[in-house]
Design a protein. Sequence first.
Lengths: 343, 323
Amino acid sequence: MSEEENITENESTLLEVEELKMHFPVRGGVFSRQVGAVRAVDGVTLSIGRGETLGLVGESGCGKSTLGKAIVRLLKPTAGSVRFKGHDITHMWQGKLRPLRQDFQMVFQDPAESLDARMSVGELVAEPMVIQRMGNREQRRERVAELLDRVGLPRSAAQKFSFEFSGGQRQRIGIARALAVNPDLLILDEPVSALDVSVQSQVLNLLMELQRDLGLSYLFIAHDLAVVKHVSDRIAVMYLGKIVEMSGADELYRNPRHAYTKALIEAIPVSDPSQRRDHEPLEGEVPSPINPPPGCAFGHRVSAPGYEKSIEMDIRLKEIEPGHWVSDCPCCVTTPLAGNVES
Amino acid sequence: MSSLLEIKNLATGFQTERGLVRAVDGVSFELEKGKTLGVVGESGCGKTVTAMSIVDLLPKPSGEVLGGSIRFNGGELVGSGQERMQKLRGNEIGVIFQEPMAALNPVHRIGRQITEALELHREMEKRQSLRKAVELLDLVGIPAPERRVIEYPHQLSGGMRQRVMIAIALCCEPDLLIADEPTTALDVTVQAQILNLISRMQDDLGMAVLLITHDLGVIAEQCDEVVVMYAGRIVERAPVEELFANPRHAYTKGLLASIPRLESERKSELRTIPGQVAAIQDFVEGCRFCQRMEREGALTEKRPPYEEVSPGHFLERCPECAK
């Protein structure tokens, strides 16, 4: 409360995350002492500019959802910092954080679970405004109607309950609710994974349109690389709590450098039977983030030659080309010259 | 006829508070020995109910086969009785489900769940069946199978559990494997492993696979032939190359166009299918895709004919949707 806040607002950067760690204690033994830690997020650095979409991909358990929650302070980070519009919000107390919360909102994967079934859609969409003490009842009602229009739902929806709607419509309600307080940044945690393809494309179109019209920034968390690539400007690939590669979306797809990124792209089924490939799928599974293997976790999974070298190393992201960051791991990253070995 | 599975005019319904609803409404297709048939469609289109009708695993007493015929290896399955179905399931027909944690028994060891089928169908004795279980776990790529065989389902990861499901489904070397969204709950790299495993097993055992999925990518990679279902009916059926190269029904075209592809232009507007599937009790007799498009009149009153339009390519010939 007493510390002078050091605001360094950078015009183009909205969110800056530095060396963020989110560890959960594992307790055991007679006295429930801490015997270890789940390193769900283990030193992540990233930034999001105004009007930009950063896609975050990775498999389940890689820590991508935890990262999203730590950024919006639904979790209290273990170490590192989160700066939003220049304010360090990492350890900010709730009273001071609340007004800033307006500017970043979260949309969850399963709208059936994240929307209170006992509240009408009107109440659900108005709730963030109530918390932020925005407007009076009448003004809020008007704003709800506007928001429902905006996300493509009839105004009459306000009187109904969320369970009366289909999955796609419920996700629209979730988006309207997040937009209610005029945020600058939306953290979208698997916003379309629970939806059928034809509905998925409707919601993706809506998100892209909202971004164009309102200048929103997105952190788009998903496991579907094709979806992420479609909506993102830049993409970060996460593996076992760490970002292993980050670059422009087209560049990442055209020129993946990390073996894990390559494997992810390779594993996506291609919707074209004439391009059927006979590839050997990646072996193994993502290891447990409790006591992760030393050194490069992916190299350990695939027993990459040269893995031993990584054990003693402090593996970090390195910018190999402007805007293209890859972890400087000795076993998983092919040098530019040796690239294109496949086929 | 050499078809392993022949379904004719299958109708399956459920008794609900609002009366009888038809989840599957006149579905016909065949599956040849050793081939893979994909069934694709969105949630609620009746793809799972079709599969559950084959093995008589519909929720009882509300669900029942209302009409039509299911012939397997030449014998009729509809109305064949509990005893026959029990001999069939897990023996001649193996089934794997989307969520292996829900399908595996949490209080029984992995090994026991495999040996159960072997002892029942193959009359193996305990020691012999346990040895076979370890062999099977090894075959489906589970490391340290002799240790895993005494573990419980919760001790395994999602991908490992799906492998156990496959081991159970395949233990009696079935002629047909029904796989209902086998990889939907899994990560992409693990999905690739599981699909690869199914193909390998198929080659080894010469079994046919009925693969139910909503993922057109999985269909494109795995199947020989595809059935597209919409609102309880088949709207189109064709060999996989034909379907992707030359889709004829508006719904198939819409589905294919609405998937974001890696090679498509970023942030371009995606094609969508307007509206949504009608609630099951509101299904019209006529073309149900026309119903979604809010077209009226004769189109939604009379059921369009389902015909073969070119060799192997079947189509529900709605004058609007299949011009």
